[in-house]
Design a protein around this ligand. Structure first.
Ligand SMILES: Cc1cc2nc3c(=O)[nH]c(=O)nc-3n(C[C@H](O)[C@H](O)[C@H](O)COP(=O)(O)OP(=O)(O)OC[C@H]3O[C@@H](n4cnc5c(N)ncnc54)[C@H](O)[C@@H]3O)c2cc1C
Length: 207
């Protein structure tokens, strides 16, 4: 178990946390950032903005090849290789999350992998996946940038199989025959568009 002291400890390495950590380091503070997931970048880079945009681009090209090319005098019969499409998306995510790790290294920011939890004011423990405390950090200031997570609806449990969140919708192994999207916000419409373009029937419900 290690003990260390910093001017600033940031809990969470999503866009809120990593930008804060990098800027604080640029301003001369000694900074640590604790992230419970194995990669940096939070929802946005791992299961949000970036993978959704990667799939939107790929699915748009597939849709165009299926529906638009013909009127341009281009005859093609596209075949969906979903595994390859997902691999491209995963590679983009990997490159960008590694980019954050590179920025941390360049900025002299210490990254801790584990769950950050307060023990006292200015005293934060890092808990590893087995529940053991790996490090105890003292900080003059602590920023909580722990983000959010998908919420269920009353009586509906997200089982990750039939009832899924946006996270699973970014990694399906085949286009579902019928995808019902509850919530017609940007995330629902983006992922509905992806799977519609790849062949699913999609119904969007706005509550
Ligand atoms: C499918 C999808 C598409 C999206 N597209 C866009 C878009 O195009 N444009 C846009 O602006 N936004 C988009 N968003 C929203 C965007 O992802 C969030 O607004 C953004 O990630 C919020 O950043 P954050 O740092 O507050 O939280 P998060 O990104 O959620 O990061 C919080 C981090 O804290 C970590 N954490 C939580 N608790 C602890 C703890 N106790 N100890 C250590 N670590 C902890 C989490 O593991 C996580 O990595 C999208 C979201 C989704 C789901």
């Amino acid at each position: 178990m290690g003990n260390a002291s910093y001017d600033l400890v940031v809990i969470g390495a999503g866009p809120g946390g990593y930008v804060c950590a990098i800027r604080a380091a640029q301003l001369g503070l000694s900074v640590a950032c604790i992230e419970k997931d194995p990669t940096l970048g939070g929802t946005c880079l791992n299961v949000g903005c970036i993978p959704s945009k990667a799939l939107l681009e790929s699915s748009e090209l597939f849709h165009k090849a299926n529906h638009d090319f013909k009127r341009h005098g281009i005859e093609v019969t596209p075949r969906l290789d979903l595994a390859k499409m997902m691999a491209r998306k995963d590679k983009i995510v990997e490159q960008l999350t590694r980019g954050i790790a590179g920025l941390f290294k360049k900025g002299g920011i210490t990254a801790y992998t584990g769950l950050g939890r307060f023990v006292d004011t200015g005293l934060v423990e890092v808990v590893d996946p087995n529940g053991a405390v790996s490090d105890t950090l003292t900080a003059a200031a602590v920023v909580i940038a722990t983000g959010s997570h998908p919420s269920s609806l009353p009586g509906i449990t997200i089982d990750g199989q039939r009832i899924i969140s946006s996270t699973e919708a970014l990694s399906l192994e085949s286009p579902p025959e019928h995808l019902i999207v509850i919530g017609a916000g940007v995330i629902g419409l983006e992922l509905g568009s992806v799977w519609r373009r790849l062949g699913s029937k999609v119904t969007v419900h706005q509550l």
